[in-house]
Design a protein around this ligand. Structure first.
Ligand code: ADP
Ligand code: ASP
Ligand code: MG
Length: 814
């Protein structure tokens, strides 16, 4: 025989009930059908009960709502004569419900007995109507009220099963019954006085499992609204997928830790008889679903699933007087037991100085009273502190039978969580190692589940979430490159790169699911909201996404003030903005320190030489113990462009103007032409070489005449270049006369750094530096005579965006 249980969604609409009937009608074997209440009805019933208890008349409209849900189903699925019969049944049940709720309303009291009676209405109605519908369709079916055979104690809402009596009743009923199909309501039962009791929320699964055991069923089918037990809750983890095979123990652990798809007590009765459970989707019956059984051979997966329980409170009992004193934990557990408080998680420090327990948040107040009362004497004597209660927590758990034979799983779990700034409040691992669980903040649950899911199930695919500020030349190119490289990144780098936010100084746009990059400009215009740096930062924190990267494509001196905050939240920072690295040494050092402390990349390769791997190369030299002795470099793509194009035909003014329109200079060209930009770059290289140095320690021999140096606006500056044309011509003629090239060079030697225009003769490696190229010569202990040379395009939006892109990818390898 087959026992098939159909959940709330499965019987939640006329269309779904038709599917249920098809599934059952096609079975060759005799079937027992257990049904839940119509989806949402149990919740409505309990809501009505609470309203009535609190003296609120709204319970009446809830009853009407429940009545309407059922009338609609009857109308749609039954023919007229049967409709009448069912409507009569419905009105009797609704009348009884009304009476009970009215009693609760008048007394403002909701005893368990009434609550169970109210809650049971959903299953009483659904099972009877589906029975009538199946009968109408000609199926050979009997109806049995579960309350006549499933017996419990009198803890009405969460009643304990009387196994012997129940198994005896179920067996003898089915021995006598000859129908092909029998339908029963799930969830409901009765006590020795034949008062209605229930098996706890989600208890219909348990009803089915009890029957499966009693009749030695071949299989227990749980039909629900998802295609099996998933690697994580599919509502929170989009990438979750059904687990094909799973052991009873694993399924039990997952369900105990919140995988609601199966009610935890369900597994024991079928495990005793080794009856397999199959979880299937009523809406997609062709999908395989999950099989829960004893032997899950040949499956080498270590972690089978990740689950979580929300609304947890953590209780900590600690005190110096606890060490080595026997009986403390016994008294603690007893105090909780006497109040019927269910413990979900325990850890104890080996010093016995503290014990940590997780319970349901709703019981925290009761627990605090009970425990403080239990240890009243010790608390007065300061041997034990009053119980500490923390709320807004959740438990997440990794589950798998094979975890015990693999090292490094907990290491990986905690590293992944740590890297994503998920703070762990407590940890527990059973000695069987089937389960590793941790208590974390509720706000971090979604991020933690997704992070762990990616780490353990997604073939090392990593999702990177970008928050991009600055959409000028560079920003636009970056977004375009990311759009173009999407497929490549996924296939070759196993990276899913999403841009979650785009902002300039006026507007910002956020989309938690990733902005559509084919249409981002229009989207930003249409749906962008006024941007400001604080609200941008707050929104990034609120979204709390894993592998978040803040990307600064601006030259703003305000944005770097936020870098430290991002790093402290384990959000990587990638910047082409040089301000942070070239302001005070203390600030620079602090960001480097925070990056190390939070194990979060702060990358700025494009600060020097755009996309050229200058900083990365330097970092590798230093990390392997080399020391920089001397640096010679042409670091300004813009100045190189300017001096390469400055000739008899093109005046200095014309060339500077062109460099600006082509995007080779900073928005304010004075930053380039005064040498400040090059000073910042050599400063950064020196700091990255391990030298403690400030900008004003760098000598700057400006080639600009005083008339240009002292201008107050970009416009005046550009005008001055026209007026001072003679000065620049003189520089050029002098170079020509000496058969030299003019290059703006940054140098570090004998502990001193300087920048300035130099005459370079044709034997020097700088002589043939084309266009907007950069070149760096590193002389180090290892590269003493022949320097290490890096040369290539050192300015331009394309290469800079590429460099930023490279840094972003590097954050993924942290
Ligand atoms: P039913 O009414 O059919 O008994 P439930 O709502 O009790 O259905 O259980 C199914 C729900 O369990 C799914 O819709 C899903 O949201 C939730 N769920 C939580 N964790 C998991 C998981 N690991 N696998 C599948 N479903 C899960
Ligand atoms: N209807 C009950 C509930 O919602 C039992 C069940 O669906 O399993 O809790
Ligand atoms: Mg359920």
């Amino acid at each position: 025989m087959i026992v098939s249980k159909f959940g709330g969604t499965s019987v939640g609409s006329a269309k779904n009930i038709q599917k249920v009937i098809q599934i059952i009608a096609h079975k060759k074997k005799r079937s027992v059908v257990v049904v839940s209440a119509v989806g949402g009805v149990t919740n409505l019933l309990l809501k009505a009960a609470n309203k009535a208890k609190n003296g609120k008349k709204e319970y009446i409209s809830i009853i009407k709502e429940i009545q309407k849900i059922h009338i609609d189903l009857i109308d749609e699925l039954l023919n007229k004569p049967n409709q009448k019969n069912c409507e009569e049944f419905l009105s009797v049940q609704i009348q009884a419900l009304n009476d009970t709720l009215n009693g609760v309303f008048l007394l403002k009291d909701l005893p368990g007995k009434s609550a169970a009676k109210i809650a049971s209405t959903g299953e009483i109605l659904s099972s009877y109507f589906i029975f009538e519908i199946m009968k109408q369709q000609g199926l050979d079916i009997d109806f049995k009220d579960s309350r006549e055979i499933i017996k419990t104690n009198s803890t009405f809402l969460n009643a304990e099963l009387n196994y012997d009596q129940t198994y005896g009743n179920v067996k003898s009923y089915f021995e006598k019954n000859t129908n092909k199909i029998v339908i029963l309501p799930g969830f409901i039962s009765s006590d020795s006085q034949n008062e209605t009791t229930t098996l706890g929320r989600g208890g219909s699964d348990f009803t089915a499992s009890i029957i499966a055991n009693a009749i030695d069923a071949d299989i227990l089918e749980i039909w629900t609204d998802v295609s099996g037990m998933y690697t994580a809750n599919p509502k929170l983890v989009k990438q979750a997928r059904p687990i094909e095979q799973i052991s009873y123990q694993e399924a039990m652990e997952l369900s105990h830790f919140g995988a609601k798809v199966i009610y935890p007590p369900t597994i024991q009765p079928v495990l005793d008889k080794e009856i397999p459970i199959i979880i299937k989707n009523t809406l997609f019956p062709q999908e395989n679903g999950t099989t829960i059984s004893k032997n899950v051979n040949g499956n080498r997966t270590t972690v089978k699933g990740i689950s979580h329980i929300d609304d947890i409170a953590l209780l900590t009992l600690e005190g110096n007087g606890m060490i080595g004193v026997p009986g403390i934990s016994k008294r603690l557990f007893e105090a909780l037991f006497l109040k019927n408080i269910n413990i979900k998680f325990i850890t104890q420090a080996s010093s016995e100085h503290s014990i940590c327990i997780a319970i349901d948040k709703s019981e925290a107040h009761l627990a605090k009273e009970a425990v403080d009362q239990q240890f009243e004497y010790e608390i007065i004597q300061h041997k034990v502190n009053p119980l500490i209660v923390e709320k807004d927590l959740a438990i997440i758990a990794l589950v798998g039978d094979n975890m015990k034979s693999h090292q490094g799983i907990s290491g990986k779990m905690f590293r992944e969580l740590g890297d994503n700034n998920v703070n762990i409040r407590a940890i527990a691992q059973g000695s069987t190692e089937k389960n590793i669980s941790a208590v974390i903040a509720s706000k971090d649950v979604k991020k933690a589940l997704n992070t762990l899911h990616a780490a353990f199930f997604e073939d090392h695919i990593k999702q990177i979430n970008l928050f991009v500020v600055g959409i000028g030349n560079v920003g636009k190119k970056l977004i375009e490159q990311i759009r173009q490289q999407k497929e490549f990144l996924l296939n070759s780098q196993h990276l899913i790169m999403r841009i979650i936010a785009i902002s300039n100084s006026k507007v910002m746009l956020f989309n938690e699911d990733g902005i559509d990059l084919s249409n981002w400009e229009a989207e930003l215009m249409d749906n962008g909201v006024r941007s400001d740096l604080d609200s941008f930062y707050n929104k990034v924190i609120e979204l709390n996404l894993r592998n978040s990267v803040f990307v600064d494509n601006t030259a703003s001196d305000l944005l770097p003030n936020f870098y430290a905050n991002y790093l402290k939240q384990s959000i990587s920072v990638v910047a082409c903005n040089k301000i942070a690295c070239s302001s005070s040494y203390v600030d620079y050092k602090n960001l480097k320190y925070l990056s190390r402390k939070y194990h979060t990349p702060y990358l700025f390769e494009t600060n020097v030489g755009a996309g050229l791997p200058i900083i990365d190369t330097l970092n590798n030299l230093i990390a392997s113990g080399d020391q920089i002795i001397k640096i010679q470099a042409v670091l300004s793509g813009s100045l190189n462009f300017i001096f390469n194009n400055f000739n008899a035909k093109n005046s200095f003014y014309d060339v500077v103007k062109k460099a600006g329109t082509e995007g080779y200079t900073e928005p304010d060209p004075r930053i380039d032409l005064s040498g400040v930009d090059v000073m910042r770059k050599i400063l950064i290289l020196l700091r990255e070489s391990g030298k403690e140095i400030e900008l004003d320690e760098i000598e700057n021999n400006s080639f600009l005449p005083p008339g240009s140096l002292q201008t107050e606006s970009v416009e005046n500056f550009m005008d001055s270049l026209k007026h001072e044309a003679g000065h620049f011509e003189k520089l050029r003629n002098n170079a020509e006369k000496n058969q030299c090239q003019l290059k703006y060079v940054a140098e570090y030697q004998n502990g001193k750094a300087k920048v300035g225009l130099q005459l370079i003769d044709k034997n020097h490696p700088f002589y043939n530096l084309d266009g907007k190229d950069n070149i760096v010569l590193f002389f180090s202990n290892r590269y003493k005579d022949q320097p290490l040379i890096i040369k290539g395009a050192g300015a331009g939006a394309d290469v800079t965006a590429m460099g930023i892109f490279g840094d972003i990818i590097r954050t993924g390898n942290k």
